[in-house]
Ligand binder design. Structure first.
Ligand SMILES: Cc1ncc(COP(=O)(O)O)c(C=O)c1O
Length: 371
């Protein structure tokens, strides 16, 4: 199995560390290690000070699995498996799927959520949102693409790249459709906890349906992508066993320092998340102003949750050429929808970074120059 190149990751590999303003990143501003350690609880601080850099337990540091389990309503530590976020997707897809299986996935989306299924010889159908309806994912459209033997349904809410988030009622309908289908659900909850208010937060799929795998991690909501810590939580023992056996061929175990830092972060989660949500709210205000002033260049659906949004570009030359011109002219990095395989008319914008206002100002100046 050798999947097609991951277009978005290849794009970032070219530009992420040379562009001046990262206006399209999906993670929150990177959190400082010094602040994290300084604010840590006594026990994890002691673990940090006495850490030995040997191998760790393959399924994850027990204290970390305990802490992760506590973030759900009814999940035991033994139902949590820790790996790098992207690795979790890789392990899960390879553990669940066989050639010929039918898979449904939200689209556009994070490529590995469906590309690995293609590479494994599966038949993949897309569940697409309606842009004219605020990028709404209609439960009826999910029902329409299901087949009698669909093996896996993959969704991602809050959604990358549109910022869509079903309402509680819609999500109940989505869960009902999924459960009635008998398929396993892989629920990508990487942007969960970044809702503007707690009432909007959807339940984790693992707390609602028995055949669900909830997938989350430290990269986006916590601004700690450099830890490379993610996890899956599921009550399906067979999936946990298969994923564990496969991790012996990827990383064997996770990074010992990262696990302790992730533990510290989860134990201080409200303080950390509040900071990120505050920045997102401020940047959303900036975005509202920017798009109101730029209504001739973009049509915009504000994100309902998470860090990203997916405005439509109204200028002539297409998103890819536009992003290239903007990068050359201003140092502002935007992400064209071509990396999502979703036409050439949208760009992804990320609202999680400190320099969002500066980046949008540069972009506004550039557009004002008539370029
Ligand atoms: C929806 C979604 N899932 C998973 C991931 C993978 O996270 P990581 O890059 O930390 O491996 C990303 C990263 O952009 C994502 O947007």
């Amino acid at each position: 199995m050798y999947p097609a190149p991951f277009a978005l990751e290849r794009f970032f590999a070219r530009h992420e560390f040379s562009a001046k303003y990262l206006l399209s990143s999906s993670d929150c501003e990177g959190f400082s290690q010094a602040d994290l350690v300084a604010g840590a609880d006594l026990e994890s601080r002691r673990m940090w000070d006495h850490l030995r850099l040997g191998y760790t337990e393959s399924a994850g540091l027990p204290a970390l699995r305990d802490e992760i389990a506590r973030t759900y309503g009814d999940v035991q530590p033994g139902q949590v498996f820790v790996a790098a976020p992207e690795e979790c997707i890789f392990l899960a897809m390879n553990s669940l799927l066989e050639p010929g299986d039918h898979v449904v996935c939200t689209f556009p989306g994070y490529q590995s959520l469906y590309q690995l299924a293609f590479a494994l010889g599966c038949d993949v159908s897309f569940w697409k949102p309606v842009e004219a309806d605020g990028w709404r994912f209609d439960p009826k459209d999910l029902a329409a693409v299901l087949r009698p033997h669909t093996k896996l349904i993959v969704w991602n809410f809050p959604h990358n790249p549109t910022g869509a988030l079903p309402t509680q009622e819609e999500f109940e309908a989505i869960l009902a459709v999924a459960e009635a289908s008998g398929a396993t659900v892989f629920s990508d909850e990487m942007y969960r906890l970044l809702e503007p208010s707690p009432e909007l937060r959807l339940p984790a799929a693992v707390d609602r349906i028995p055949r669900a795998i909830s997938f989350a991690g430290m990269s986006k909501s916590f601004g700690m992508a450099g830890l490379r810590i993610g996890w899956i939580a599921t009550k399906d023992r067979e999936v946990l066993d298969r994923v564990a056996a496969l991790k012996d061929y990827t990383t064997i175990c996770s990074s010992a320092p990262s696990e302790v830092l992730a533990l510290m972060a989860l134990r201080s989660s409200e303080r950390i998340l509040e900071g990120h949500r505050g920045r997102l709210a401020r940047n959303l205000t900036t975005a509202e102003r920017f798009f109101a002033e730029q209504e001739r260049a973009f049509s915009w659906v504000p994100p309902q949750a998470g860090t990203v949004c997916f405005p439509r570009l109204l200028v002539e030359d297409g998103a890819e050429a536009f992003c290239e011109r903007v990068l050359r002219g201003t140092g502002v990095l935007l992400l064209p929808s071509t990396v999502y395989g979703y036409g050439d008319s949208h760009i992804r914008l990320g609202l999680g970074r400190d320099d969002f206002e500066e980046g949008t100002s540069r972009l506004a100046e550039y557009l004002a120059g008539g370029r």
